[in-house]
Design a protein around this ligand. Structure first.
Ligand code: MN
Length: 244
């Protein structure tokens, strides 16, 4: 970890150069009405799980949910609060999305935990018990136009999750051109971050860290992803899409 002023400045300088070298655009993304679509007054604080830990059985087992939400995600929220205090980010007046847009100006701790917190808060909302198997309405139309069909979309998204080496996330995002794009990010990075190769506002995110599935699925990440489609809360994803 970088824990002194000089190395932090060096980190900032290096990430800045990387952004220039790869030609990353920092243009504004389409923004949502708020961070989590009616989710929380204070998006920096971990919110209650919107269902019971057993609610996603048998796709996601209760023990995995308890550890994932109660230990892993809780730690991201706690460490984000620590980083915001140490690096003087105002969590009362500041927006979590603005912090992520400018994440290259902060420490690796802020990047890992800011992303970790945002990603998980979104992830819990993206799931629900037997909500519905398919998107409907405007989102369904946009998916069909962008990817050919819902099945083709699922295949492409599944591949993004399967092929993300190591830990990371698969995403459906709406980018600055208001196009739907599928991709993935490493570790706890997300498409809101200025350092991310994949850029956009996330509509649907899938955690492919081993901690999300290992107790039940062990090394079989593809089985986890294939079953996960059964607990996607498409009503939530539709709301995000329609709030752009
Ligand atoms: Mn996770």
């Amino acid at each position: 970890m970088l824990n002194n002023h000089t190395s932090r400045r060096k980190f900032i300088a290096n990430t800045g150069k990387a952004a220039i070298a790869t030609g990353i655009s920092l243009t504004a993304l389409p923004s949502l009405a708020n961070s989590f679509n009616g989710f929380a007054a204070n998006p920096f604080v971990q919110q209650p799980l919107p269902y019971e830990t057993k609610a996603l059985e048998p796709v996601i087992d209760t023990l995995t949910m308890e550890i994932h939400y109660g230990k892993h995600a809780k730690a991201y929220a706690t460490n984000l609060a620590d980083a915001c205090a140490a690096e003087k980010f105002d969590t009362v007046n500041g927006k979590l999305e603005d912090l992520l847009h400018n994440i290259s100006k902060y420490s690796p701790k802020m990047r890992n935990n800011g992303g970790g917190h945002y990603n998980h808060e979104l992830f819990w909302q993206c799931m629900g018990p037997a909500i519905g198997a398919k998107p409907e309405g405007k989102l369904a139309d946009a998916i069909n136009q962008s990817f050919g069909s819902f099945d083709a979309f699922k295949t492409q998204f599944t591949d993004a999750g399967k092929n993300r080496f190591g830990s990371g996330w698969a995403w459906l995002v709406i980018n600055a051109d208001k196009k739907l794009v599928i991709g993935s990010t490493p570790n706890q990075d997300n498409p809101l971050m200025d350092i991310s190769e994949l850029k956009g506002n996330p509509l649907l995110g899938l955690d492919v860290w081993e901690h999300a599935y290992y107790l039940k699925y062990q090394n079989k990440r593809p089985d986890y992803i294939n079953n996960w489609w059964n607990v996607v809360n498409w009503r939530f994803v539709e709301k995000r899409f329609e709030s752009i």
